[in-house]
Ligand binder design. Structure first.
Ligand code: SAH
Length: 247
């Protein structure tokens, strides 16, 4: 029989925003492994379980702990915020998993920040969108810039993950300046901080204003397409229905 590791996206924060499947898997698991903040987000319900907190940045270490525990015969759940396959550990687990043919990996989908943040803003993702991470820890900035330009060229709604960190304070400004080469200053934008956690904050502004806003690493940023507008204080990207014909 194969060992099994579940790679579980727990959603943005509070338990109500976790899928039923994720909750069920975590209840079945013998051990839950994850970054300390995420283990704390799980709250009371799982405090009786074996929990293994690992520090930030040591992603490979965290993955290897999972394989070692699975080899002892335990059912392991590795938790990631949002969806584990979107800027999460699922892909690294499959890469390391080549060394562990006896272990089977299952990915459990979670609600990603693009989706949970969009819901708080209104309906910004009503048409084609793409996500771009502004983290250049493992991706050269030239690649990020190329993708931003291509997304603007394609008139996609753009969702920015990792818009800032202690070392990258001005990255959002740099991204906005690239987009402003082809987009108008009044383009509808929005951002959401701490989705599903204490201190949730939602803002709608223009692209011109966005470039001077300070955001932190728990923020997801939305840049509208040429059909996005603000309707009754909500950020909406229209799908193209002709609803005026009934007026
Ligand atoms: N796997 C996660 C993304 C991890 S990358 C997911 O699917 O959501 C980390 C980035 O995700 C953060 O910098 C931020 O841009 C976004 N993010 C994750 N959780 C968030 C939250 N609760 N509130 C706002 N943004 C969040």
């Amino acid at each position: 029989m194969k060992n099994r590791i579940y790679i579980v996206g727990i959603g943005p924060g509070k338990e109500e925003m976790m899928t039923g499947e994720a909750l069920y898997i975590l209840e079945q698991a013998d051990i839950i492994v994850g970054y300390t903040t995420y283990l704390n987000l799980l709250g009371e319900r799982f405090q009786g379980k074996e929990l293994r907190a690992t520090p930030m940045r040591q992603e490979e270490e965290r993955c290897r702990i999972c394989f070692a525990e699975a080899e002892k015969g335990k059912t392991v759940a590795l938790i990631c915020s949002g969806d584990a396959g979107i800027y999460g550990l699922a892909s690294l687990m499959f890469e390391i998993g080549k060394e562990y043919p006896q272990t089977e990996l299952s990915v459990i989908a979670g609600v990603t920040a693009a989706s949970s943040g969009a819901a708080l803003l209104g309906a910004p993702l009503g048409h084609d969108f793409c996500t771009v991470s502004l983290s250049d820890l493992m991706t050269p900035w030239e690649t990020i810039e190329r993708r931003l330009k291509a997304a603007a060229e394609g008139d996609f709604v753009i969702v920015l993950y990792n818009p800032s960190s202690h070392k990258r304070k001005d990255y959002l400004k740099r991204a906005c300046q690239i987009l402003l080469r082809s987009m108008e200053e009044g383009r509808v934008c929005g951002y959401v901080e701490n989705i599903g956690r204490n201190g949730t904050k939602t803002e709608i502004c223009t692209l011109g204003e966005l470039q001077d806003r300070e955001v932190n690493m728990f923020t997801t940023v939305f840049i509208g397409n040429s059909d996005s507008e603000v309707i009754d204080g909500r950020f909406v990207t229209k799908r193209g229905y002709d609803c005026r014909k009934h007026l």
